[in-house]
Design a protein around this ligand. Structure first.
Ligand code: HEC
Length: 117
């Protein structure tokens, strides 16, 4: 009984862990071999995996590298696989900045003035 409960508790952790390639750090989902082949020659794959963006922004990044960094042109089908993979596996994240400081804690607020008196 206990073992069964434990297994139930662990199951989500076991099934949701993404399968990550040990060498490149890329998530092994469809299209990852294209990214492995085309995106690690000039910089680390870590530069790719540390980035989060929507499809359009990924496309902008590719176009920028093609225009200024000697990135080669892709076959349309290859480019689609790369963009689908990037947008799917490295999408934009929710804003990770801290919440704004409450006005009452900002310099010059009444409360702060009160504290100083
Ligand atoms: C021909 C060389 C080359 C290839 C191949 C290449 N890149 Fe880049 N990439 C660069 C250079 C150069 C930079 C700028 C690096 C720096 O700022 O240190 C860069 C920067 C980046 C950045 C950071 C952009 C930013 O806004 O800071 C990302 C993300 C990126 N590349 C993704 C990719 C992806 C995805 C691929 C595969 C489709 C790829 N790169 C293939 C040359 C390349």
């Amino acid at each position: 009984m206990r073992a069964a409960l434990l297994l139930l508790l662990l199951l989500p952790a076991l099934t949701s862990a993404a399968d990550v390639d040990e060498v490149t750090g890329l998530i092994r989902n469809p299209g990852w071999e294209q990214v492995r082949a085309h995106c690690g020659g000039c910089h680390s794959h870590a530069l790719v995996t540390s980035q989060r963006a929507d499809r359009n922004t990924w496309l902008d990044t590719l176009r920028w590298m093609q225009a200024t960094q000697n990135l080669w042109q892709f076959e349309p089908s290859v480019e689609t696989q790369i963009l689908d993979y990037l947008a799917e596996n490295y999408p934009p994240t929710a804003n990770r900045r801290r919440a704004p400081i409450p006005p009452s804690l900002m310099p010059g607020s009444d409360k702060e003035m009160a504290n100083k008196q």
